[in-house]
Ligand binder design. Structure first.
Ligand code: EPZ
Length: 430
């Protein structure tokens, strides 16, 4: 069942060429959709990627009673009614981690919210303790019964000061949004600094929020009123992970690949690593041009919160390192399940030794061979696509619609346009 990709690999040749246009950022768009709960009027959202996670976020909103209009590709408008339901539709929310960002705005505006423990990608344990601790600090009462959290703040949330034990992206965003509708001032210390947080803050500020410090470890929010959508459309920033994935693919297999509509500044850690490995990367204001080198030097990678090397690009980078001449180390510091996909890479011929759940040793250069693969999550799924393009022979990647399609818009057509031999098969048709 589901969709499958069939890819005929290049067997290590550098054949890709042309231009690939980067879409709006998934992890920014999802938060902007949640932010619509903070508005008293209609909000317009532009450059929204047409991907499954986005569709599910809109389904959640609609399920609670919001009006969502899909105006044209990438363009939506949302009206949240005064009587929005405060329970997230369970079946969707429990399958999608990002649904948790709705909790902050709903609780702050409507005084209560209930939701299931959110699921999502199989990349390691995904606790919610920081959310609960934060809600309690803002004056709410939290209860958990039969896998359902109910959080109540009858008289609204009140501003507070808190220090995040982990620099969490969605926790930072959830509390930044909650604080917009809370009474008084909220200070988030040890906040995450990802560009998607800055993108969200800029949108909220444009619509009337008082936020300073987004993009630094201390964010201050003065709360108290609903935001105004009229005259302030949101335009999603370019997806740095989409861009980074094509950049790494280009570093392995391109004669010359132009990655357009992106922001190279968001990818400095990746570009620096690739250059150290000997890759020719040229950057312009909104464009990256990459050419694969004849030989790749081994390098060590350590994932880190922004501006460090993004965990969401660790899997494609690990594939890249299988083609380096020598030994590289990959240290995944954020999620302990995110190296499990390397087992499948080893089955393709890569020499990879797992040191512990957070560290692998990659010995190259290995000739990869096409295989049948099942994608465990969207980023590892895309890494399998890259491995399949580099490999010799045919690879079959199952589960595409429940993993890769969640986060990459129209990826097969964009790959085909730059020279990849890729077919999508909808197995539900058989
Ligand atoms: C966001 O996840 C992204 N998701 C992830 O992208 C990304 O991998 C991750 O940030 C790191 O950059 C969205 O933006 C929707 P975290 P998030 O909370 O916010 C710990 C993708 O493929 N933590 O920043 O869920 C946690 O266990 C996805 O697009 C707690 O301890 O990640 C981790 O070790 C997958 N308690 C650390 O914080 C909590 O309550 C950072 O994770 C919450 C998190």
């Amino acid at each position: 069942m589901g969709n499958t990709f069939i890819i005929n690999g290049f067997g290590g040749e550098r054949k890709l060429r042309g231009e690939v246009k980067i879409t709006g950022a998934k992890n920014a768009a999802l938060k902007a959709i949640a932010a619509t709960v903070l508005f008293g009027d209609k909000v317009t959202l532009e450059n929204i990627p047409e991907i499954d996670d986005v569709f599910r976020m809109f389904e959640l909103l609609k399920g609670m009673g919001a009006e969502v209009e899909h105006r044209k590709a990438g363009s939506y408008s949302v009206v949240v009614p005064r009587n929005l339901a405060t329970e997230l539709p369970f079946e969707i929310a429990k399958r999608m981690r990002a649904s948790i960002v709705f909790t902050g705005p709903i609780l702050a505006r409507f005084g209560e919210v209930s939701f299931p423990h959110p699921g999502g990608c199989l990349i390691g344990s995904r606790p919610v303790d920081l959310f609960m601790e934060g809600f309690e600090k803002m004056g709410a009462k939290v209860a958990l019964k039969d896998n359902k959290y109910t959080v109540v703040a009858k008289n609204g949330l009140k501003g507070t000061e808190f220090f995040l034990k982990n620099q969490s992206v969605t926790v930072t965003e959830t509390f930044m949004m909650a604080a917009v509708c809370a009474k008084g001032t909220t200070v988030i210390k040890n906040a995450a600094m990802e560009p998607e947080i800055v993108d969200l803050a800029q949108f909220l500020i444009k619509c009337g929020a008082k936020i300073t410090g987004a993009g630094t470890p201390t964010i201050t929010i003065k709360g108290g009123k609903l935001l105004v959508g009229k005259g302030h459309p949101y335009k999603t920033m370019p997806d740095r992970i989409d861009a980074g994935s094509f950049l790494i693919l280009g570093a392995l297999a391109a004669k010359e690949l132009r990655i357009t509509n992106c922001n190279p500044i968001h990818l400095e850690a990746v570009i620096e690593s690739l250059r150290t490995a000997g890759v020719d990367v040229e950057t312009k204001k909104t464009e990256i041009i990459v050419r694969a080198p004849a030989t790749i030097k081994p390098i060590d990678i350590k994932t880190h919160e922004y501006p460090g090397f993004p965990t969401d690009l660790q899997a494609p980078m690990t594939v890249f390192l299988t083609q380096a001449d020598g030994e590289s180390k990959v240290f995944e510091t954020i999620f302990e399940g995110r190296l499990n996909f390397t087992e499948a890479l080893a089955a393709m011929g890569a020499q990879i030794t797992m040191m512990d759940p957070h560290r692998v040793l990659v010995r190259g250069k290995s000739e990869l061979r096409g295989r049948k693969l099942t994608s465990p999550d969207l980023r590892a799924g895309l890494a399998f696509v890259i491995a399949a393009i580099v490999a010799k022979g045919e690879s079959v990647i199952h589960n595409v619609d429940t993993t890769i399609d969640r986060g990459y818009e129209d990826v097969d057509n964009r790959l085909r346009a730059i020279g990849v031999d890729i077919k999508r098969i909808d197995q539900s048709e058989f």
